[in-house]
Ligand binder design. Structure first.
Ligand SMILES: [Zn+2]
Length: 192
């Protein structure tokens, strides 16, 4: 697949049907998210913001992921980000490469593999107060080896819909290894 232009971050933008409606994220950033998600071994939710670009075909490029911040509120069923911390990360990312706040990641230590009404309400509040058409939510849960292999599912949240979307790496391959993928793919053996 040929790169036919660069995003403002200098990431090759590869057109193709595999890319539309997907989250494109590097292994490096996805590993950072997994590592931060492991704090949920203590039984409480955690999360952070996702920075990058929302493309007109409905796909997202994620260039950076933030952590919860020192003032985040965490409980087994609730997470609220440290907004000041998030804004500092977002401003820095924008100044570096124009990356915007496009979504959040967070964990559900006890399930379910779906966004809660509270999640949706907070994401739709962001939509009302931003230029985003769609908010990206990446949800992580323990995998077969608990938080050593968290499973990730991405959702595109609009004012009226919630749609699961694929997570793929920069080369267009699905990040199925190390627990990444939708729950439908859980039977697939991790690649090493
Ligand atoms: Zn949630």
């Amino acid at each position: 697949m040929a790169a036919d232009r660069l995003t403002p971050a200098g990431v090759p933008y590869m057109r193709g049907r595999n890319m539309s409606g997907a989250v494109v994220i590097s292994e490096r950033v996805m590993d950072e998210v997994r590592n931060m998600a492991r704090d949920s071994e203590d039984g409480s939710e955690t999360g952070g913001i996702l920075l990058g670009f929302e493309e007109i075909d409905g796909s997202f490029w994620v260039t950076e992921a933030g952590g919860p911040g020192p003032l985040a509120e965490r409980s087994p069923t609730y997470f609220c980000r440290d907004l000041d911390h998030a804004e500092v990360i977002a401003e820095r990312a924008f100044s570096i490469d124009g990356s915007q706040w496009v979504g959040d990641w967070h964990t559900h230590p006890g399930g379910p593999n779906a966004l809660s009404h509270v999640d949706l309400r907070s994401y739709r509040e962001v939509l009302v107060n931003s230029d985003l058409e769609v908010f990206l939510a990446i949800l992580l849960r323990p995998g077969l080896k608990g938080w050593q292999q968290p499973r990730a599912t991405a959702f595109a949240v609009s004012a009226s819909r919630v749609q699961p979307i694929r997570i793929i790496d920069l080369l267009g391959g699905r990040l199925l290894n190390r627990g990444i993928g939708t729950s439908r793919d859980d039977h697939i053996s991790p690649r090493t």
